[in-house]
Design a protein around this ligand. Sequence first.
Ligand code: DP6
Length: 342
Amino acid sequence: MNATGRSEDRGPGFAEAIAHPNIALAKYWGKRDDGDRLPAVPSLSVTLAGMLTRTRVRFDAALDAAELVIGGAQASVGATARVAALLDRVRSASGRLERARVESANDFPTASGLASSASAFAALAAAATAAAGLSWSAARVSDLARRSSVSAARSVLGGYVELPAGRAGDLELPALPVASSDHLDLRIVVAVTREGPKDIGSTEGMLHTTRTSPFYAAWVAHAPSLCARVRDAVLARDLEALGAAAEESALCMHASAIAAAPGLIYWTGATVEAIAEVRRLRARGLAAWATIDAGPHVKVITTPADEDAVTRAIAGVPGVLRTIATRPGPGATVVAGAPAER
Ligand code: DP6
């Protein structure tokens, strides 16, 4: 797709948006059992430049149902239904009756297990509301994205972003800005340890943890203090405190999943080797802390000054296939067809 819409694509009913994945420095893992996709714990992430999702939405009276094309290929029935649910919310908020065709593409491999639903639903929420002619605030777009994927609420905003835990009776829960992307100039080196899709997606994995892990209650009790430590460290620009709290958050989240029955182990040998290398780097005085999402890849938090040394060391870990360089970046942006452009 082009950076901007082709001229014949502009006009009412069309918009294109871009959004980036985010990495949670304080993890979200688990939903409340009441409410509409409300997280059980607060989370705090940094939105990343360096990986991008681009999504076009066109409302079209000729369509009988929502259509979804990802990376040029027709999407599965399940993926299309999840997208159609968001589009239905936009249709009822805007009064539009037409169905929409959605085309989405990532500039990183979609089936790699890195392809987070966060950038996908953040871009979709931004494009769909703009295409429907809604001039919504970022908070409203974030709340819409959260209803499709909790972590997507955070990718609507740039920089450092917090999503509070849901509370009983919450009808809306948008992510909140904590600090801009240039507030704390860290780097995140992604160590890709496997190509191909992950085994168990986040939605299913956290539900299994919620239902069967004896450590889940401990995770829910402890997560708010980890998130507060991450927030304080970001605001104080204290990378050492941030790294320590982020690594603890990731390990506590994975401990709760590993203790599920049967245990949910997202890691491979390369994941453990990469964590060990991160600790060796730290012992040598380099800035390096590990975080891991629902997959085997390790994301290393570091500084601009130490990025090259950390990248070289992590790339040399047996089982690390390649690395991706990322840094704090912007939130979801409508690049064509915004209501203001018409
Ligand atoms: C491990 O937001 O993908 O990346 O809300 O079910 O769509 P759903 O889950 P999702 O979970 C992300 C989990 C995580 C941690 C995080 O991003 O906070």
